[in-house]
Write a protein that binds this ligand. Structure first.
Ligand code: ATP
Ligand code: MG
Ligand code: MG
Ligand code: MG
Length: 563
């Protein structure tokens, strides 16, 4: 690709509204442009990366024998009513009407649609097992779309759904999908962990998540040192037996809040040794929306009231209503038995290195009614360290907590959807059987951002070669003055293309500085510089994106190939 014809649009300035590195760099590199909250256009540069991810995902899915389909993004409400999720999905689902006032949603996921599809064409055990997948646009009206493509409202997911005669066969396919996800992440070349997960609103028995490790990750993973146990912290703290243990020894205090301006003030008024960087965990509930938040010391109490404001507070994933209800009871005034609250809040506070934990009945004014400082919650950490595979075990190896970005999720759904939507097939004895289902999601657009979180430096993105927009960039020096340089570049460019190298030729006529800066910002793994001096000496100046120094290599495709 000639960069003069590629509509590259980079900026030096870091956009003010982008909090995390991947979002900043995707904007600076001109990979994406924002249209509205959680809505992004992919530029030609962004598309190159996205397509590479898609290709890897597609190849690995095809290799398992899964079959690609494409389902409508718009789905009629009837199916969702049958599964009981039309209400359950709440505000997450974007709903709409057609001209005949029929109800639809823009699909946040496709269990209902695929079950309907299978119901129409599959009726015998001879047609099973089968696994259908698609790579498609989803819409979820996330409470806080943020971090660019990381938590968008419109995003691209690979979702697969498998159907089986029995649980054993579902288990087999589940492991095949797990292996495919491992292969995908290995090919992309990222550091990741597979962790046990809560099944959440999708339901079902067994589920695991794939997390790309990065500080910017919204999830916390409890991973044991011996590697035998790894779980999303949500799953770790809901292990059997945890809630039955006694409340921590922390003092329970009722506090009035007037006159307290910030979380740090609040901590101080409670004699807690905190600074303005202090963090607090707050659990609050208004009439129908319990929310668990992590707040910084400089957040004000009004910020808590204004929890709808983007970027002010971070509701943890526990904020997903049905899950939080399990732990906190039905709502305000009934936050559940205090012991349960205490335990879960303390766990979160410890995990988030908070200086205090606050439970609240939020009425907009006096919201604090109990709290702990760090001294009280720290001992809880010891307990959490003893959580190992399945149950707390006496010889448990210590747990450490890592941050991760959820890029994939595999579930054994069982018969939840096949039963609700009355899917049945005949077995070899002619008896009707409800098939077992699995579902397997992968964040195709999210992983682009996740890869950047793991692969960047001060100059910009350092793509893993497997998903880089180009493999190689050719940069000419003083091409405007030297026909020799122009010709040498053209020749090298043509040879590279003929050799199947995905090459960018920076023929924009810029000075070397801006060309180097762009090549580093957009993260091209290999760079060669063509100059009169090099041509005279028969050399190319080579630099790998992560190399600190240039090196001279022979001016030939072969020498380049060695790199
Ligand atoms: P999260 O916990 O981050 O909200 P999820 O558990 O709701 O994700 P799933 O329903 O498991 O997501 O969907 C499968 C995959 O789709 C996720 O593992 C993630 O990679 C991707 N995904 C989900 N929500 C978003 C989003 N808002 N933006 C981008 N990708 C997303
Ligand atoms: Mg979600
Ligand atoms: Mg999740
Ligand atoms: Mg998930």
């Amino acid at each position: 690709m000639r960069l003069s014809a590629f509509a590259l649009s980079t900026t030096k300035e870091t956009p003010a509204d982008a909090e995390i590195v991947s979002h900043q760099l995707m904007l600076r590199a001109g990979m994406i442009r924002k249209l509205g909250a959680g809505l992004y256009t992919w530029s030609p540069l962004g598309m190159r990366v996205l397509r590479r991810v898609e290709t890897i995902v597609r190849e690995e899915m095809n290799a398992t024998g899964a079959l690609e389909v494409l389902m409508p993004a718009i789905q009629p409400s009837e199916l969702w009513r049958e599964s009981g999720r039309w209400e359950q999905m709440g505000d997450l689902m974007l709903r709409m009407h057609d001209r005949a006032e029929r109800e639809y949603c823009f699909g946040p996921t496709h269990e209902e649609v695929i079950t309907d599809f299978v119901k129409r064409d599959i009726s015998s055990y001879k047609q099973l097992p089968v696994n259908f997948y698609q790579i498609q646009t989803k819409f979820r009206d996330e409470i806080r779309p943020r971090f660019g493509l990381m938590r968008a409202r419109e995003f691209i997911m690979k979702d697969a759904y498998s159907f089986h005669m029995d649980e054993a066969d579902l288990d087999r396919e589940y492991h095949a999908m797990r292996a495919a996800y491992t292969a995908i992440l290995d090919r992309i070349g990222l550091d990741y962990r597979v962790v046990a997960a809560d099944s959440g609103a999708i339901g079902g028995a067994k589920s695991e998540e794939f997390h790309v490790l990065a500080q910017a990750g919204e999830d916390e993973l409890a991973v044991s040192e011996d590697g035998r146990y790894a779980a999303n912290i949500e799953a770790a703290i809901t292990l059997p037996g945890k809630d039955e243990r006694p409340a921590p020894s922390g003092e329970l205090r009722k506090v009035d809040t007037p006159g307290v301006a910030t979380i740090a003030d609040l901590c101080q008024s409670l004699d807690l040794p905190v600074e303005t960087t202090a963090k607090a965990i707050v659990v609050m509930g208004d009439d129908d929306k319990p929310v668990l938040m992590v707040l910084r010391g400089d957040h004000t109490l009004n910020d808590i009231k204004a929890e709808g404001i983007e970027g002010i507070a971070t509701p943890l994933k526990f904020a997903e209503e049905n899950v939080i209800r399990e732990h906190f009871g039905a709502g305000p005034g009934s936050l559940g038995p205090v012991n349960t609250n205490v335990r879960v809040i303390a766990d979160y506070a410890v995990q988030n290195a908070a200086d205090m934990a606050v439970g609240a009945n939020y009425d907009g004014a006096h919201f604090v009614n109990f709290n702990w400082g760090r001294d009280a919650i720290e001992p809880e950490f010891a307990d959490l360290r003893n959580v190992t595979a399945g149950d707390p075990s006496p010889d448990g190896s210590p747990l450490s907590v890592l941050r991760g970005i959820e890029v994939g999720h595999v579930f054994q759904l069982g018969d939840k959807y096949s039963k609700a939507l009355e899917l049945s097939v005949l077995d070899e004895n002619g008896k009707a059987v409800t098939p077992q289902m699995g579902c397997y999601g992968f964040g195709v657009s999210r992983i682009v951002a996740a890869a950047i979180e793991q692969c960047y430096d001060d100059a910009g993105i350092c793509w893993p070669t497997a998903i880089a927009p180009f493999e190689l960039v050719i940069i000419p020096i003083k091409a405007d003055k030297s026909a020799t340089v122009r010709e040498a570049c053209e020749k090298l460019y043509t040879e590279c293309r003929q050799a199947g190298i995905d090459v960018a030729y920076d023929d924009r006529g810029l000075r070397p500085g801006p060309m180097f800066a762009d090549a580093e910002l957009i993260g091209i793994p290999h760079r060669v510089v063509v100059s009169d001096r090099g041509i005279d000496a028969g050399t190319l100046e080579y630099k790998g994106r992560r190399d600190s120094e240039n090196s001279q290599i022979e001016f030939s495709l072969e020498a380049l190939r060695q790199k």
